[in-house]
Design a binder for this molecule. Structure first.
Ligand code: UDX
Length: 452
C-alpha cells in the first residue's frame, strides 16, 4: 500500500517506520528541512529506544520530503500526525492539522480516493473539520476527487513506542465509510493478525491476545483517546491520593496499591504513586476534556481532581525536602532525572523541571544529572539556574540530599556507599518509590518515599 505520513514526531515517525517495516511504501513529509535531512540519512531526530536501528533498516526504502506532492497526497492512506499543542484555555490547537488538510486539498489529484486519517490527538469534531477543509479546497480548484476522512487515535507510549505500535491491545478506527474502514484494516493487517517477523530486539510478547480492531464513528474515536488518557492519569492520581492518606496513617502505598491492583477488575498498571505524571499527553488531554465539558456547561469532577492531585504531588516532593532539611536555602540538592519518564529525552511537563525551579526559588543549589535529557534541558530551558553534572555521583558531591525524579535504570544500580561518601548530609527523597529503603537506611540515609 502507498502510505504518506505528515509530521514526523513520536507518533508519525514511529508509525511510518513500522509501516515501512511491514512492507508498505512509505513517504514521510515534514516541513522542517533539518528533520527531513536527518531522516534521509537514517537518523531519527529524537531519542526513542530501537527507533534508530529500525530506521536504519528501512530508510532506504522510504521517501522523505518537505511538502506534499500530487503523488504523495494521492496515496492509498495519508496519516496526519502533526502536533496539536495546548492553547491557553486547554483546548488543543488545531492549526497544524488544518494546515495539513489545506495542503492536501491544494495538491490532491483528480480522481484520488485517498483515505485521510487523523492520527494526532484531536478534539471532537476534527474529522469533520478536516473533511470540510479538503472539500472546500478541492471545490476552489475545481477538482473532482473522493477522499474520505477517518480518525485513528494513537495509544503509543514514549519509550515503548515501537513495542506499542507492533503489539497494541486495540486499533480504533472511526470512519463514516466502509471503504475507509476496509483500507485501514488492510493497512494494519500484519499487526492485527501478527503475521510479521518481529523486528530485532522486539520479540512478540508471550501469551498476548491478537489486537482488537474496533470500528466506530469519528466522534467516538476522538473521544476515546481523551477518555483513555484521562482514565490512566486518574489511576495514577488515585494512587497518589491514597498515598497521601497512607503517609498520615502510617501505611505503605506501594503495598496497598499492589493489593488493590491484584483485583483483576482493577489491574496493577498505572497505580504507581510518586512525583506524579508528566509528558505531552496526560495533562494536555485532561485539560482538553475539561475544556470540552466547559463548552457544554458540563462539569467533570473526576478529571478536574486528577489534575489537582497531580499538581500537589510535585509540591509534595519539595515539602519532604523542607521537612528533612528544615531550611532549604543554602543547601545543595542532587536532582537525579529530568525527563518525564525513563527511556525518552522528552521534557514536556516533566515533574523534575517543576521541582528544580521551586528548589532554586527557595535558594537551594541544584545539581542535576540525567542520562539522556541534559542537552535538551539546557537548550529548551536556558533560564533554569541549575548545574549539570556528568554522573549521578558528581551530582551528589557535597550535597545534602539526593532527589530521584525519574527512575532511569542507571539510578537503580548506583553504588550507594560511594554516593554516601560524597555527600555532606544523607537525605534521599525517592520520588518514584523505586530505591532500596532498607539498604539506604543501613547506610545511614534518611529515606523519604512518597506515600509510605
Ligand atoms: C501516555 C499513554 O500511556 C499513551 O497511551 C498515550 O498515547 C500518550 O500518553 P506517555 O505520555 O508516553 O504515554 O507515557 P506513560 O508511560 O504513559 O507515562 C506517563 C507518566 O505517568 C510518566 O510521567 C510516568 O512517570 C507516570 N506514571 C506512570 C506514574 O507516575 N505512575 C505509574 O504507575 C505509571
Amino acid at each position: 500500500m502507498r502510505v504518506t505520513v505528515v509530521g514526523t514526531g513520536y507518533v508519525g515517525l514511529t508509525t511510518a517506520v513500522a509501516l515501512a517495516y511491514l512492507g508498505h511504501e512509505v513517504t514521510c513529509v515534514d516541513k522542517n528541512p533539518a528533520v527531513v535531512g536527518s531522516l534521509s540519512a537514517g537518523r531519527p531526530p529524537f531519542h526513542e529506544p530501537g527507533l534508530a536501528e529500525l530506521l536504519g533498516e528501512t530508510y532506504r526504502s522510504m521517501h522523505f520530503d518537505v511538502a506534499l506532492t500530487p503523488e504523495t497526497a494521492g496515496a492509498d492512506v495519508l496519516l496526519i500526525c502533526v502536533g496539536t499543542p495546548p492553547q491557553e484555555n486547554g483546548d488543543a490547537d488545531l492549526r497544524y492539522v488544518e494546515e495539513a488538510a489545506a495542503a492536501i486539498a491544494e495538491v490532491l489529484p483528480a480522481g484520488a480516493g485517498t483515505v485521510v486519517v487523523n492520527k494526532s490527538t484531536v478534539p471532537v469534531g476534527s474529522a469533520r473539520r478536516v473533511e470540510s477543509i479538503i472539500r472546500d479546497g478541492l471545490e476552489r480548484r475545481g477538482v473532482e476527487a473522493r477522499p474520505s476522512v477517518a480518525s485513528n487515535p494513537e495509544f503509543l507510549r514514549e519509550g515503548s513506542a515501537l513495542f506499542d505500535t507492533f503489539y497494541p491491545d486495540r486499533i480504533v478506527v472511526g470512519a463514516a465509510s466502509d471503504r475507509a474502514v476496509n483500507r485501514m484494516r488492510a493497512l494494519y493487517e500484519p499487526i492485527l493478525e501478527q503475521t510479521f517477523t518481529p523486528p530485532t530486539g522486539l520479540p512478540r510478547p508471550d501469551g498476548q491476545a491478537l489486537p482488537v480492531f474496533l470500528t466506530t464513528t469519528p466522534t467516538s474515536a476522538e473521544l476515546c483517546k481523551y477518555a483513555a488518557n484521562a482514565f490512566l492519569a486518574m489511576k495514577i492520581s488515585f494512587a497518589n491520593e491514597i498515598g497521601g492518606i497512607a503517609e498520615r496513617v502510617g501505611a505503605d502505598v506501594t503495598e496497598v496499591m499492589r493489593a488493590v491492583g491484584l483485583d483483576r477488575r482493577i489491574g496493577l498498571r498505572y497505580l504507581g504513586a510518586g512525583a506524579g505524571w508528566g509528558g505531552s499527553c496526560f495533562g494536555k488531554d485532561v485539560h482538553a476534556l475539561l475544556a470540552l465539558g466547559e463548552q457544554y456547561g458540563y462539569e467533570l469532577p473526576l478529571a478536574a481532581g486528577t489534575l489537582r492531585v497531580n499538581e500537589r504531588q510535585r509540591r509534595a516532593v519539595v515539602e519532604k525536602l523542607q521537612q528533612a532539611l528544615k531550611v532549604v536555602r543554602g543547601s545543595t540538592v542532587a536532582l537525579w532525572g529530568l525527563t518525564f519518564k525513563p527511556n525518552t529525552d522528552d521534557l514536556r511537563d516533566a515533574p523534575a523541571l517543576d521541582v528544580a525551579r521551586r528548589l532554586v526559588e527557595l535558594g537551594a543549589r541544584v545539581r542535576v544529572h540525567d542520562p539522556v535529557g541534559m542537552e535538551r534541558a539546557r537548550r529548551e530551558n536556558p533560564d533554569l539556574a541549575v548545574e549539570y553534572a556528568d554522573s549521578p555521583l558528581t551530582a551528589a558531591r557535597d550535597a545534602d540530599a539526593v532527589v530521584l525524579m525519574t527512575e532511569w535504570e542507571a539510578f537503580l544500580h548506583v553504588d550507594w556507599q560511594a554516593v554516601a561518601g560524597q555527600m555532606r548530609d544523607r537525605v534521599v527523597v525517592d520520588g518514584r518509590n523505586v530505591l532500596d529503603r532498607d539498604l539506604l537506611t543501613r547506610l545511614g540515609f534518611r529515606y523519604w518515599g512518597i506515600g509510605r
